[in-house]
Design a protein around this ligand. Structure first.
Ligand code: 26M
Length: 820
C-alpha cells in the first residue's frame, strides 16, 4: 500500500531508521551528529506523519467515492493532548518505531516527552470532543471535526507562593508535525456591515448583508487515525488571516503601519482559547471566534455538498452536524442564511433542511454557564443573523401561541429573546428550536434538563426530541497508552487486545477477581504506576511520598460546584485528628497522600483562593514531624492531558464530589475506574451509571441526592441551620492562622457559612467524613481492595466512547460505518 503511494514503507526497524535519518538530514536540515531529543522527536513524527497522510488520502478518496452520509462535529475545543504515541499505536508501528529509535541511541519515552500537548480546550467538553473524533475514526464512520487553530491553548499554570500564575502556551513554537496547512483552502468571512432590502427578479423583497469587514479562514488539517483500521479521518482547524484586499488598499495609499495593525487585528480572532470552564462571559471577540469558525466550516460543508450536484432536499440525508454545546449555535442561523439569502430557497423549505441537519448536546445546567448575547452587540457584529433570529423566533412563538393560547408567560419564558435590558439572545433556546435532537451527557443530567432548564420545550415538542447519550472515553489513550502494563495483563486473560475495540470484553477478567496470582500481578502494576507518579511529584514538588500510602486524587478544573474546598477542609480535619492522636492511636491510621491538580479560570477569585489554601495546607502538613508519612498533601501544577495519563493509573481513590445535580457527567471518573482505582463520589452525573455497572459495593457514595438540593438551600437561606461541628473546627483552625494569613480565606469561609453554602458543603460534610473513614478501613484489606478494583474494571465496558458514538450514529446522525 505505502509503496503504491510513493511513500517509503517501514515494515521493519531498518526501513524506519532510513526514513528517520532522511527526515533529520533533509526535512530538519540537521546532521545525525547534532540530533537532540527534540530533533529526534520531530524526525520520528515526520516518518509517522507520512504514513498518516497516505491513509488520510485513501480514506478521503473512499469517502468521496462512496458518498455516504457524514457527520461534522462542531466544537470550539479539542483537547487532544499529545499525538505521537497515539499515532504509532493506531497506525500499528509502535514496536518498529521504538526499537528503531532505541538502537540509534534514543529512548522512545524521552522523544514522546518532547511533544507539547495540543491543549485546545478547557476540560471535560474539549476532552470529550477529542475522544469522540478518535472513536468516530476507530469505528469507521465518515466524520470530520471542525474547530479553531488557537495559537495559544489553555494557559500554563505555575504555582508561585501558593498562588496560580498563568503564562501563555505557545505550543506551536517548534512547528507542529501533526497538521497539514492548506493555504489554498481560504474562506472569506464577514463581520459588521448592514443589511439592505431590495426586490429581486421574482418581485420578492429580500434582505442582503453587505459592507462589512472581511477576514480569511485558512484550513489546517489534523489527521485522526482510527485504531486497527485504515480509516483516517480529518480534524479541520481554522486560523484567521487578513484578506489580501484588506492589506493592499491601505498599503497602496501609503498607510503601511495601519495596514499592519489591521492585519494583526484579523489574526487575533484565532489567537487564544478563552480559559473559562462552565462560565459564560459576553465578550465580542468570543462571538467573533464563534462566527468565524462556524462560517468557515459551513461554507466548506456546503461547498462539498454542492460538488455532488444533488438537490437541496438531499442535504440532511447526506449531512449531520452536531453542536458541541451552544458555542456553534450560530451555525443554525448561518445555514438558514445560506439557503434563503444565497441559494434562494423558500424560508420553510430551508428551515426544514436546517432542523433535520442539526443536533445539539447540552453539557451543563449551571445558570452562569448558559450563553446569552446582548442584542446590541450581536446586531452590530452580525446584523443579518439577528434579523433571521427574529424571524425564527416569530414563527416559533406563533406555533407556541397556537398550542397554548393566551399563555403570555409561556411566550415570554420560551422566547429566544429575553426581555431584559439590554435584551439578550438565549443561545440554548435557539439551539433547541433549530435542532431535531437535543441530548444530555448522562442519565441524571438528561432527566434534569427535561424537568428544569428546558421544561417548557418538552411541553412544546414532546419528549421524543430529548434524549440521553452517556459520555464515554477512548480506551486506546485511557487504558492502553496510559497504562500499558494493565492493558497487557488484561490481554493475557482476554486472549488478545480485542477489548480495545470492544470494551465490553473486559468482562472476561471478572472471574480473576478471586484469583490470588492475578490479584498479586494487578497489585504490582498499581505499585509501579504509583511509583511513576511519585517520581513526578518528587521532580515537580520536591515532596517524597510513599507508594504504600493510599493515593487519593482529585484532579479537574477548580470550581466551587466540584467542591475542592470540601476536600481540602476534610484534609485539614484529618490533620487535626492525627495531631490529637497518641502514638498508639497513630498506628491505626491509614497513611494517605492527598493529591490535587487543576486550573482555575484566571478571573475566578474563589477558585484561586481554593488553590492557595491547598498549597498552604501542603506547606504546613508536609513538614510537620508529628505527621510524617501518615499524611502528605500535594498540588500538581499545570494539570493537563499528558499529566492525566500518569495520574489516572496511579490512584487508589479518586474524588468526584460535586453537589448532586451539578456535574453533568464527568469523564475522569470513568478514566480512574478503568485504570483500577475506586471512586469516592456523590450521587451525581455518570457516577450513578458507573455504580449501576460496577456494583454499589465497589464505590464509596455519600451526600444528599439531587432531589433534596433545592430544599436544603431553602432551609439554609431562611432558617437557622447550624454549621456542621467538624467543619466548624476546620474553619476555626483556618481563622486561627494555622495556614497563614486568615484574611486570605475570608470570602471562602463566608461562602460555606452563615445562611449561604450554595454548594451544600456543610450539609454533606458529615456524610463525606463517614465515607472517608470507610475508605481508610477498607484499604487495609489489600486483597479485597484489589479484588473490588478488578471487578470494577471488568464492568466498565459501557463507558467506551465507541459505544457513545454508536448511539449518536444510530439515534441522532443516522449514519453508517464505511464498508471496507
Ligand atoms: C463559554 C463561554 C465563553 C467561554 C467559555 C465557555 C465555556 C467553555 C467550556 C463554557 C463551558 C465549557 O465547558 C463546559 C464543560 O466542560 N462541561 C463538562 O462537559 C463534560 C463533557 O460532557 C461533562 O463530563 C462535565 O460534567 C461538564 O462539566
Amino acid at each position: 500500500l505505502w509503496q503504491q503511494f510513493g511513500v517509503t514503507e517501514f515494515q521493519d526497524k531498518e526501513a524506519f531508521q532510513k526514513e528517520f535519518i532522511r527526515h533529520v538530514e533533509t526535512t530538519l536540515a540537521r546532521s545525525m551528529y547534532n540530533c537532540d531529543d527534540l530533533a529526534a522527536y520531530l524526525a520520528a513524527s515526520q516518518a509517522i506523519r507520512d504514513r498518516l497522510i497516505v491513509a488520510w488520502n485513501k480514506t478521503q478518496q473512499k469517502h468521496t467515492t462512496k458518498d455516504q452520509k457524514r457527520v461534522y462535529y462542531l466544537s470550539l475545543e479539542f483537547l487532544m493532548g499529545r499525538a505521537m504515541d497515539n499515532a504509532m499505536l493506531n497506525a500499528g508501528v509502535k514496536d518498529i518505531t521504538k526499537t528503531g529509535v532505541d538502537d540509534l541511541g534514543f529512548k522512545i519515552e524521552d522523544l514522546l516527552e518532547q511533544e507539547p500537548d495540543a491543549a485546545l480546550g478547557n476540560g471535560g467538553l474539549g476532552r470529550l470532543a477529542a475522544c469522540f473524533v478518535d472513536s468516530i475514526a476507530s469505528t469507521n464512520y465518515p466524520g470530520w471535526g471542525y474547530g479553531l487553530r488557537y495559537q495559544y491553548g489553555i494557559f500554563k499554570q505555575r504555582i508561585v507562593d501558593g498562588y496560580q500564575v498563568e503564562s501563555p502556551d505557545y505550543w506551536l513554537a517548534f512547528s507542529n508535525p501533526w497538521e497539514i496547512p492548506r493555504y489554498e483552502i481560504a474562506i472569506d468571512v464577514m463581520f459588521y456591515g448592514y443589511t439592505r432590502k431590495y426586490t429581486n427578479d421574482q418581485g420578492k423583497t429580500v434582505s442582503i448583508w453587505e459592507g462589512g469587514e472581511q477576514v480569511q479562514a485558512i484550513a489546517y488539517d489534523v489527521p485522526v487515525p482510527g485504531y486497527d483500521t485504515e480509516t483516517t479521518n480529518n480534524l479541520r482547524l481554522w486560523a484567521s488571516k487578513p484578506t489580501r484586499e484588506f492589506d493592499f488598499e491601505k498599503f497602496n495609499s501609503g498607510d503601511y503601519e495601519s495596514s499592519v495593525r489591521e492585519s494583526q487585528k484579523a489574526e487575533t480572532i484565532s489567537a487564544v482559547l478563552y480559559p473559562n470552564d462552565n462560565f459564560y462571559s459576553g465578550k465580542e471577540l468570543r462571538l467573533k471566534q464563534q462566527y468565524f469558525w462556524v462560517a468557515a466550516s459551513l461554507n466548506d460543508i456546503v461547498r462539498r455538498f454542492k460538488k455532488t450536484h444533488r438537490p437541496w432536499s438531499d442535504f440532511s440525508d447526506q449531512i449531520a452536524i452536531q453542536l458541541n454545546d451552544t458555542h456553534p449555535t450560530i451555525a443554525i442561523v448561518e445555514l438558514q442564511r445560506i439557503l434563503v439569502d444565497m441559494e434562494g430557497l423558500e424560508w420553510d423549505a430551508a428551515w426544514e433542511i436546517v432542523t433535520s441537519t442539526f443536533g445539539y448536546t447540552n453539557h451543563t445546567v449551571l445558570p452562569e454557564a448558559l450563553e446569552k448575547w446582548p442584542v446590541p452587540l450581536f446586531g452590530n457584529l452580525l446584523p443579518r443573523h439577528l434579523e433571521i433570529i427574529y424571524n425564527i423566533n416569530l414563527f416559533f412563538l406563533q406555533k407556541v401561541e397556537k398550542m397554548f393560547p393566551k399563555d403570555r408567560d409561556m411566550l415570554a419564558r420560551v422566547s429566544i429573546i429575553e426581555e431584559s435590558s439590554p435584551q439578550q439572545v438565549r443561545m440554548a433556546y435557539l439551539a433547541i428550536i433549530g435542532s431535531h435532537k437535543v441530548n444530555g451527557v448522562a442519565e441524571l443530567h438528561s432527566d434534569l434538563i427535561k424537568t428544569t432548564i428546558f421544561k417548557d420545550f418538552v411541553a412544546i415538542y414532546g419528549t421524543d426530541k430529548f434524549m440521553n447519550v452517556t459520555n464515554g472515553i477512548t480506551p486506546r489513550r485511557w487504558l492502553h497508552q496510559a497504562n500499558p502494563k494493565l492493558s497487557e495483563l488484561i490481554a493475557s486473560k482476554v486472549g488478545s487486545y480485542s477489548f480495545l475495540k470492544d470494551l465490553t470484553l473486559l468482562k472476561k477478567v471478572e472471574p480473576f477477581a478471586k484469583d490470588p496470582e492475578f490479584i498479586e500481578k494487578w497489585a504490582d502494576i498499581k505499585k509501579f504506576n504509583k511509583a511513576r507518579l511519585a517520581a513526578l511529584i518528587k521532580k515537580n514538588n520536591g515532596i517524597d511520598v510513599s507508594v504504600d500510602a493510599l493515593f487519593d486524587v482529585q484532579v479537574k478544573r477548580i470550581h466551587e460546584y466540584k467542591r475542592q474546598q470540601m476536600n481540602i477542609f476534610s484534609v485539614i480535619h484529618r490533620y487535626l485528628t492525627i495531631k490529637a492522636m497518641s502514638a498508639e492511636e497513630k498506628k491505626d491510621v491509614t497513611p494517605r497522600v492527598c493529591i490535587f491538580g487543576g486550573k482555575s479560570a484566571p478571573g475566578y477569585y474563589m477558585a484561586k483562593t481554593i488553590i492557595k489554601l491547598i498549597n498552604s495546607v501542603s506547606e504546613v502538613v508536609n513538614k510537620d514531624a508529628d505527621i510524617g508519612d501518615l499524611l502528605k498533601v500535594v498540588f500538581i501544577a499545570d494539570y493537563n492531558v499528558s499529566k492525566a495519563e500518569i495520574i489516572c493509573p496511579a490512584s487508589d481513590i479518586s474524588q468526584h464530589i460535586s453537589t448532586a445535580g451539578t456535574e453533568a457527567s464527568g469523564t475522569s471518573n470513568m478514566k480512574f475506574v478503568l485504570n483500577g482505582g475506586l471512586i469516592l463520589g456523590t450521587v451525581d452525573g455518570a457516577n450513578i451509571e458507573i455504580t449501576r455497572e460496577i456494583g454499589e459495593e465497589n464505590i464509596f457514595l455519600f451526600g444528599h441526592l439531587a432531589e433534596s438540593v433545592d430544599d436544603l438551600r431553602h432551609q439554609r437561606r431562611f432558617n437557622d441551620v447550624p454549621i456542621n461541628p467538624d467543619l466548624q473546627k476546620v474553619i476555626d483552625a483556618i481563622e486561627g492562622g494555622m495556614f497563614g494569613d486568615k484574611d486570605i480565606y475570608g470570602s471562602l469561609i463566608y461562602s460555606v457559612t452563615g445562611n449561604r453554602d450554595y454548594y451544600l458543603v456543610s450539609d454533606d460534610f458529615q456524610s463525606y467524613l463517614d465515607a472517608q473513614k470507610l475508605v481508610d478501613k477498607d484499604f487495609k484489606d489489600k486483597t479485597t481492595w484489589v479484588s473490588r478494583c478488578i471487578t470494577a474494571v471488568a464492568n466498565m465496558g459501557f463507558f467506551s466512547s465507541d459505544r457513545a458514538i454508536n448511539e449518536y450514529a444510530e439515534s441522532i446522525w443516522n449514519i453508517e460505518p464505511v464498508a471496507k
